[in-house]
Design a protein around this ligand. Structure first.
Ligand code: UN1
Length: 489
């Protein structure tokens, strides 16, 4: 591979620079660990401090850069990324593991995100009010926050950084970007795209390294005004505490335990397809993945049989192979976590119908493969029905009525996405009204998100604020209210 042995760097104040530690970490292909995609710096607090200082300095100019100029840079970034979609998509597949269709698809989604946010500096960003005195001009405008820490996960290593960075920069903030250690190459490529688009030095700074050091230093840095994070609950809650303690604004997008309800009138083949895609696409490594299928008892037997048959038919292999439906887990640690949940499910008394084991035949032994796994007879209180597994494991739960199904659906600490499969509009409305989820689907899978509409969860899945679309403005700006009065004549 062309990039093998390549040593990558951080990007700070408009320069590619080595990390102060001098330490590097290999970026491996989870479908075949014999392939190393490059070596990436393990940065420290010192590097974070440099990046934050650069971002703080650049903010003074960037905030005053006219909106149309910021818009032009984001448009250019969209076009550059579009032209490089295949290359970036391949890098994504090689370092994260999802299929090449999903990889290139994610990059194209990133292009759409950039295009939407390129429009934002050209749209209204305030309101005009009447005042109680005749000669007062009174308005409230949205102004940027300052330096924003952007901490992102490995599972959507292009889309999530872009749906944070694009609004961050569009609204006039500068950024310190800390990508997941497992997916540094896509972060490098995204940064290259912004540089080529003409982003001035210091506006976007990339710092690679472990969350416990780099993420922590970003959250603690007094000059970081806001932190946006997508990732695990444990890390998110910790960062929230650390950053909000010192008065920073924090946005969290965390896990999910997303249910797909199958009503007794549902087309079962269609329901199986939605469950399969929701549970096994991206190897179940989406916060929006379907991890519980709650099925009305009159159809549970037929549905489960069909789901098992479908799960067994899925082709598992390297994402670069065009025939593959499901790639590997992202790392050995994630594979062990998933296998341990499978063991827990069996101990809890759930019935393992298919999968439940590693796949290591032939060249698969070089990757982190686990078979698509279906459990039946899952009880709502079991750990596998309550905790986020983040892998290709789905549990079928039986319900006696729609009310009971909704109660089970709501009986978890998360509330990200939820879906129902039904032809009955009354059932659909009951579900929409009662479900505790930030994203609700009727007759579509639990995963997926349009780039121009609000995205985020209820309950333990987020910190109430929403990402994407115009909702992003809420987090990435603050309000300045201006009373402009005429001086005495
Ligand atoms: C999607 O379902 O396509 O980390 C988006 C995640 C979510 C994004 C899901 N924040 O999986």
């Amino acid at each position: 591979m062309a990039v093998a042995e390549r040593r990558f760097r951080n990007y700070i104040a408009g320069e590619w620079v080595d990390a102060s530690s001098g330490e590097m970490r290999p970026d491996e292909n989870p479908a075949d660990v014999r392939e190393i995609l490059g070596f990436f710096p393990r940065s420290t607090e010192v590097d974070v401090d440099r990046a934050v200082e650069a971002a703080a300095e650049a903010f003074a100019t960037w905030r005053r850069t006219p909106g149309p100029q910021r818009a032009a840079i984001l448009h250019k970034a969209a076009n550059i990324l579009e032209a490089r979609a295949r290359e970036v998509g391949e890098a994504l597949t090689r370092e994260e593991g999802k299929t090449i269709g999903e990889g290139v698809g994610e990059v194209l989604r990133g292009v759409q995100i950039l295009r939407f946010f390129a429009g934002e500096p050209l749209r209204p960003f305030g309101e005009v009010f009447s005042a109680t005195t005749a000669d007062t001009f009174l308005w409230a405008e949205r102004v940027p926050l300052g330096v924003v820490g952007v901490i992102t996960p490995w599972n959507f290593p292009v889309a999530i950084p872009l749906w944070k960075l694009a609004p961050c920069l569009a609204y006039g903030n500068t950024a310190v970007f800390k990508p997941a250690e497992l997916t540094p190459l896509t972060a490098h490529l995204i940064t290259e795209v912004f540089i080529e688009a003409g982003l001035p030095p210091g506006v976007l700074n990339l710092v690679h390294g472990p969350g416990s050091v780099v993420g922590e230093a970003i959250a603690r840095h007094p000059k970081v005004t806001a932190v946006t994070f997508t990732g695990s609950n444990a890390v998110g809650r910790h960062l929230y505490q650390v950053a909000s303690e010192r008065g920073a604004k924090v946005q969290l997008e965390l896990g999910g335990k997303n249910p797909l309800l199958v009503a007794d009138d549902a087309d079962l083949n269609f329901a199986v397809e939605l469950a399969t895609s929701g549970a096994f696409r991206s190897t179940g490594q989406k916060c929006t993945a379907t991890s519980r299928v709650i099925v009305l008892e009159s159809v549970v037997r037929d549905f489960t049989e069909k789901l098992v048959e479908r799960a067994r038919s899925l082709k598992v292999g390297p994402g670069m192979d065009a025939a593959t439906y499901m790639g590997p887990l992202v790392s050995e640690e994630q594979r062990q976590r998933v296998l341990s949940y499978i063991e827990t499910g069996e101990q809890e008394g759930a019935r393992l119908l298919t999968g439940g084991h590693e796949l290591a035949e032939g060249d698969l032994r070089y990757g982190y493969f686990v078979a698509p796994t279906v459990f039946a007879d899952v009880a709502p209180g079991m750990r596998i029905a309550q905790e986020e597994i983040f892998g290709p494991v789905v549990g079928v739960i039986r319900a006696r009525s729609l009310e009971e199904a909704i109660e089970i659906a709501n009986g978890v600490g998360y509330g990200l996405s939820a879906s129902i499969v039904t032809r009955d509009i009354r059932k659909a409305f009951d579900f929409i009204r009662s479900i505790e989820a930030g994203v609700v689907h009727v007759n579509s899978e639990t995963a997926g998100a349009e780039p121009h509409v609000p995205f985020g969860g209820m309950k333990g899945s987020s910190s109430f604020s929403r990402e994407q679309g115009r909702a992003a403005m809420e987090f990435f700006t603050q309000v300045k209210t201006v009373y402009l009065d005429m001086p005495p004549a």
